[in-house]
Write a protein that binds this ligand. Structure first.
Ligand code: NAD
Length: 509
């Protein structure tokens, strides 16, 4: 059995802990590797390596950093295919989708390549007589990233390119369920010329996460995962005095109005609901069909759900792969049953699907549940599987009210031909990322990504301008250079004309 190690100080490291966790191939249901689970001591070794590297990396010039970032960009780009295969084998998503996630991560690396421009400070000349004022930003120190299983390459890339470009060092704790993409990233950083210890990977579970949250040398923690853990990370990390951004779970709604093209809306809804088997934080899992849109929409999405090709992520014909584990499959199947028991209509029932040749894989077929109400478990829980719930509403305002009553606020979309309705929606909805006839509105890397309400704890969204701000802190310098009267053997002396004590609070003159 292959053992996946940590990456500390520029090389693979086994560490002291011998605890392991299985890494499955979700398409076959077979265990393909085991990953080491770090102890507190192992985490300490990674943080020490990162703290030592910070001494020199934080002093490296912007030009040096940019050279490494460009080299890393080229290497990741050249190895997208390898990343995609690793992701597909451990996560289950289809290869084209896995390539797409690496591409979106790469965009953050490309954004970080512009760090000399992004770190430019401000300068105000002559704010008072002979006084100038300027600001610049400096790195924090050792930053930690704790990431979920569903985007094993992209979500860590939301974090570490920006942290490293701004002069920090990094300890990544990826999901123990699909850990290998992070190891390839570590190898490519080394090949790109990143000094040892700037980028480290520790694998683990709660013990390693708690060790990062408590370690006095960890300055900041970026987390992406489920809401209960995000809340825990934010509370414990901030209590330990760290800067924390913790992105949580989601229940993303799409409103479909009668004036939307049903064919266009249903094409995009099935892709957004069933792509990556619904295991996307921006997946559409609830559709609010307004008025007469409902019957035609349910019919169209049901037809397209039944036509979705489900199979191994490695099969070029597959449009949707398995879910991550047998436990995830069983939970999703149970919830579909609960939906029916609570009075919803199973328009398409994906339970019991088997894929020929992959009978032991963790598959659930695309499922459409109609007549869902906001009190049902399929609505109140984040299913994180290929299940689309349809809620019927009488008006666009009622639909917006449903979204705003939901505790999550990650992403949402509206399908309509009306600019007025779209504008009312974009202004009225309490959600961080909004799509207008775009179902998965993930912002480009040069904007920041983040939700509202229970989808984000902490102030900062991730990557983009807020990412730069998160990984740095500002200094503002007020400077005056009085005229030096003359240089003498005894040293410089200040022109007395510019001196004199004034005891009032400094004000501009
Ligand atoms: P998760 O919360 O179970 O795990 C996330 C990370 O936290 C992993 O590294 C895991 O090892 C660690 N962890 C798990 N339990 C822990 C505990 N008790 N104490 C400390 N650490 C713990 O999430 P997941 O199942 O890997 O990922 C799916 C979730 O992530 C979904 O809820 C999804 O919506 C969310 N997600 C959100 C975003 C976003 O941008 N808001 C993006 C991707 C995924």
């Amino acid at each position: 059995m292959r053992t996946i190690t940590h990456w500390i100080g520029g090389k693979p490291v086994t560490g002291e802990s011998t605890r392991t966790s299985p890494v499955w191939n979700p398409a076959t249901g077979a265990q393909q590797a085991e990953v080491l689970l770090a102890s507190t001591t192992d985490v300490g070794a990674a943080v020490s390596a990162a703290a030592a590297a910070f001494e020199t990396w934080s002093q490296s010039s912007l030009s040096q950093r940019v050279k490494v970032l460009f080299a890393f960009r080229e290497l990741v780009n050249a190895r997208i295919g390898d990343f995609a295969e690793i992701i597909s084998d451990e996560h289950g998503k289809v290869l084209s989708d896995a390539k797409g996630e690496v591409q979106r991560g790469l965009e953050v690396v490309e954004f970080a390549c512009g760090i000399p421009s992004l770190l430019k400070g401000e300068y105000s000349d002559q704010v008072s007589g002979g006084v100038d004022l300027f600001s610049f930003r400096q790195p924090l120190g050792v930053c930690a990233g704790i990431t979920p299983f569903n985007f094993p390459a992209m979500v860590p890339m939301w974090m570490y390119p920006v942290a490293i470009a701004t002069g920090n060092t990094f300890v990544l704790k990826p999901s123990e369920r699909d850990p290998s993409a992070s190891m390839l990233a570590a190898e490519l950083w080394a090949e790109a010329g990143l000094p040892d210890g700037v980028f480290n990977v520790v694998h683990g579970d709660k013990e390693s996460v708690d060790a990062l949250l408590e370690h006095p040398d960890v300055a900041a923690v970026s987390f992406v995962g489920s809401t209960p853990i995000a809340k825990y990370i934010h509370e414990r990390g901030t209590a330990a005095g760290k800067r924390v951004q913790a992105l949580g779970g989601a229940k993303n709604h799409a409103i479909v109005l009668p004036d939307a093209g049903i064919d266009y809306a249903s094409d995009h809804l099935v892709a957004a609901a069933f792509g990556s088997a619904g295991e996307r934080c921006m997946a559409i899992s609830a559709t609010v069909a307004v008025g007469s849109a409902a019957d035609a929409l349910v019919e169209a999405v049901s037809t397209k759900a039944l036509a979705t090709k489900v199979g191994s992520g490695r099969d070029a014909d597959s449009e949707m792969g398995p879910v991550i584990t047998a436990a995830a499959r069983d939970r999703i199947v149970d919830l579909i049953g609960t939906g029916a028991a609570q009075g919803a209509t199973l328009a398409v029932d994906g339970r019991g699907l088997t894929v020929p040749g992959h009978e032991d894989g963790f598959f659930v077929g695309p499922t459409v549940i109609d007549n869902v109400t906001t009190s049902m478990d399929v609505y109140t829980q984040e299913i994180f599987g290929p299940v689309l719930s349809v809620i019927r509403a009488g008006s666009v305002d009622e639909a917006i009210a449903i979204i705003n009553a939901n505790p999550y606020g990650n992403g949402t979309a509206i399908f309509t031909g009306s600019g007025e309705a779209a504008r009312r929606f974009q202004r009225g909805v309490n959600v961080g990322m909004i799509g207008i006839n775009v179902p998965i509105p993930v912002p480009m890397a040069y904007y920041s990504f983040g939700g509202w309400k229970d989808s984000l704890f902490g102030q900062s969204h991730i990557h983009g301008p807020e990412g730069i701000a998160f990984y740095t802190r500002a200094k503002v310098v007020t400077s005056r250079w009085p005229k030096v009267a003359e240089h003498s053997a005894g040293g410089a002396s200040i022109d007395t004309e510019a001196s004199g004590s004034s005891f009032h609070f400094p004000t501009a003159t």
